[in-house]
Design a protein around this ligand. Structure first.
Ligand code: ZN
Length: 185
């Protein structure tokens, strides 16, 4: 008896759900047809509009509009790029080159603003320079294998000099001098 009650209830529920689905699906289908027809009307109207003329042909108006949008998007992109460059330059992490002892020095900066991989370049041809300790080992001179440039004698051993450069970089960071004359990379 109870089982029969259940089956009756189940069939009623199933019928209700089916009715509900039909009730939802049919208007949705009708609505989709209406929307599609409406979109098609818009496409046709736009096509007719493109063929029509104002005082100038519409294609010219749209061509000019497309060019303006293109130029505008390019200008915005460039502005954003230069903004990003300015932001990067404002960070001490971007201070990775300078002139000391008449030579070009480049290095990498770690996240604690500690310079590392310090190297020296020719002020004339930008070739990486070769350090030569003097016979006594107190001083260092740099030679360019490309253009023959020789630096003056610097009264420090190579290791001492590199350590001095590192301290000088950190001094310029503390005093903000690095911002004043940031040479081209
Ligand atoms: Zn050189």
């Amino acid at each position: 008896m109870k089982k029969t009650d259940h089956s009756i209830r189940n069939s009623v529920v199933a019928t209700l759900i089916a009715t509900l689905i039909i009730a939802i699906v049919k208007p949705m289908r009708n609505m989709a047809i209406v929307v599609f027809k409406w979109l098609w009307q818009i496409i046709l109207a736009f096509k007719a509009h493109l063929g029509s003329t104002a005082s100038v042909p519409w294609w010219l108006v749209y061509a000019v509009l497309a060019i303006i949008i293109l130029l505008l998007s390019r200008a915005i992109r460039q502005a954003l790029q230069s903004l990003a460059t300015d932001v990067a330059k404002a960070s001490p992490l971007s201070y990775t080159t300078d002139h000391f002892h008449g030579l070009v020095w480049r290095w990498r900066m770690d996240s604690d603003f500690q310079p590392y991989r310090i190297s020296t370049f020719c002020p004339h041809c930008d070739m990486q320079l070769r350090p030569c300790s003097s016979g006594y080992g107190y001083s260092t001179q740099f030679h360019c294998d490309k253009c023959g440039f020789s630096s003056s004698n610097i009264e420090m051993e190579t290791g001492q000099l590199e350590e001095w450069i590192s301290r000088e970089i950190q001094r310029k960071l503390r005093t903000n001098e690095w911002k004043q004359e940031l040479p081209n990379q």
